[in-house]
Design a protein around this ligand. Structure first.
Ligand code: CA
Length: 223
């Protein structure tokens, strides 16, 4: 991982940097709030370790400001403050976890691994293709930023298409994987659902995502 450590205490900074590098990470450091904040906003990191008491400001403000700039990098706060309200305040402005000093370096690594797992898992909760966005947790679909109401069948169909983008999918496959039934050539319901889905998407965009491939099935295009 590429990690930014914002910490003014040289002994803690050196220790954290050494431990993280020993674990195979690339580590950049900042020793004040101003530099830390601008580095966090301008460069791309996989995680930020942030001290609360900095000489020119508060780590809490740094976290709040970078979230305000839409930086979604996970933030782990390191602080000597033990009070619950300080921890709650940090989590509320978008920190992902909080570790109290003095800390055990093994706990630091374990907490970072846990944050990483959580952020990777939440990445799977959103599917994006061009103007289409699906929030799997909320079961919400937006096209060009506008919400569109899909029925369960249409939603499941869209999710299957998005997960299997850019390849031809047969009606048989859709019947089995989306509806969990054996395909019956006498029914036309898959075509009907696809036309509903197409129509709802086309209300918000000119792009036709679902292409019919004659005699073969459908292709969901996403570059
Ligand atoms: Ca400090």
């Amino acid at each position: 991982m590429n990690i930014l450590v914002i910490e003014d205490d040289p002994s803690v900074r050196t220790l954290v940097k050494a431990v993280l590098e020993h674990n195979g990470n690339d580590v950049s450091t900042a020793d004040n709030a101003t530099d830390g904040e601008s580095t966090a906003i301008n460069d791309d990191y996989d995680m930020i370790i942030l001290d609360l008491g900095l000489p020119d400001g508060d780590g809490y403000e740094v976290c709040k400001n970078i979230r305000g700039k839409n930086v979604t990098t996970p933030v782990l706060i390191l602080s000597g403050e033990q009070e619950t309200d300080v921890k709650v305040k940090c989590l509320k402005v978008g920190a992902d976890d909080y570790l109290t000093k003095p800390f055990n370096t093994e706990e630091l690594i374990a907490r970072m691994d846990a944050i990483k797992r959580r952020s990777e898992a939440s990445g799977d909760q959103q599917l994006v293709c061009g103007e289409l966005k699906v929030d799997m947790l909320k079961r919400e679909v937006t096209v060009n930023g506008e919400k569109t109401q899909l029925t369960n069948n249409e939603f499941n169909l869209l999710v299957y298409f998005m997960k299997n983008r850019n390849r031809v999918i047969s009606q048989e496959e859709l019947a089995e994987k989306v509806w969990d039934i054996h395909f019956d050539t006498q029914t036309n319901y898959i075509n009907v659902y696809i036309s509903y889905l197409r129509k709802k998407i086309r209300e918000h965009t000119d792009v036709d995502y679902v292409e019919t491939i004659r005699k073969k099935g459908f292709l969901f295009r996403c570059d």
